[in-house]
Design a protein around this ligand. Sequence first.
Ligand code: HEM
Length: 476
Amino acid sequence: LQQFRPRDKSTPPVVFHLFPWFGSMITYGIDPYKFFFGMREKYGNVYTFIMGGRRITVALGVDGNELVLNGKLSQVSAEDAYTPLTTPVFGEDVVYDVPNHVLMEQKKFVKFGLGIENFKAYVPLIVGETKKYFESSPYFQAGSGKTSGSVPLLKAMSEITIYTASRTLQGKEVRDALDGSFADLYHDLDRGFTPLNFMFPNLPLPSYRRRDVAQKKMAQTYMNIIKKRRETGETPDTDMIWSLMNAKYKDGRALTDKEIAHMMIALLMAGQHTSSATGTWALLHLGADKKLQQDLLEEQKRVCGEDLPELQYEHLKDLTLLNYVIRETLRMHPPLHSIMRLVKAPIQVPGSDIIIPEGHFLMAAPGVTAVDPAHFPNPNTFTADRWSKKSADVDIEEKIDYGYGLVSKGAASPYLPFGAGRHRCIGEQFAYVQLGTLISAFVRELEWESVVPPPDYSSMVVLPAGGSEMRWKLRK
Ligand code: HEM
């Protein structure tokens, strides 16, 4: 009944709802963007909604992005918001299961393992895995003479993403293990990384038990790899396991094998859905625009050479249109629609008398500004070329070091698919290398057609609804 009482003017307006505990769970869950835009009309940029008994305050617009993503450590906490979801999946002592300053050190270790030398080694490996996939996966079978067919793209991209990420960042042993029981472990773990797990961290369901068993077995697999590498001294120096085996905290302590294993699981989960969803949306848009596909092929020839020699890391930065395609995909389809924090101390909304109370969850949705016509004209049209004229690039802004390297200080940007501030993504460059190489391989090998389906918001990332069918034929 609280919503019918006169509002205490100092707290944000509360979204009208009929059922107290459920609140707006259904409307938000079915289409968060429709909810964000609709409620913004009624209540403005800052409002509170109820979901599963939690009070969630949304802060929209560029100022909202800044308020949440650059919130003070004493006022907002990501770990308190995320840990019930992430610790059972990643394991203890990493990411949100440690104090923020430890996470900043862990992010620095990972960043160190994502340098240019590594990327140079990764591009040919990604090309190799993708070609192998075209030749031998049941969807393409180009190696057995098939020249055209139809593919459930989302499924295919999930497979290609995990094969290429494991062959490069995760290491050869993980890639080999994927052909065996590791794939099942991954699926069991993944089924424990859903919005349901976020809302209800401890339900007595079989999927929760399978998640816990898979986490332990997967961590053991990584620990066995590390042990073997230590014993034999054989370790490729371009993957993340190697990097983490050589990292030391500020106090001189090396990471334990368990910490390395848990960080590797965290990276697998952080990169897999975000990148495979982005790759799928990009290929769907290209399938709906033959001219853009052709333009990308011509760009490959112009930058790499008329006879298309194998793609190298050095080519990627000159493939401008390709990078615009990825950028535009992330504008229209940022994988994460909601970013959460827990409010630890009251926060005054700048320029207003509104105070967000302690105990609320604070939510940013940078995807709202990215499709707001105030920032991007014709926001619902996929226009890769818009990036050649207008740049919402935050790189030119003042930088700050939270401990894991320089990041842009300001979060008041309308385009933040990788977040901002201390929790900003460290996988952006890797994602661009992986996606750029994959899309290049598609453009060089295939021609394809598809329609762009509406979004489905029921999993952790925004996915195309339905099977996302793509019809392909080999290029002559
Ligand atoms: C954080 C997006 C790929 C690792 C984030 C955040 C976003 C994001 C929005 C901020 C979350 C928050 O503030 O709560 C993306 C997108 C990706 C991508 C759109 C691909 C298209 C990757 C990859 C990796 C990765 C490939 C690993 C190699 C991380 C890590 C964090 C992060 C470690 C930091 C979490 C923290 O400090 O709280 N990502 N990500 N991401 N991402 Fe990514």
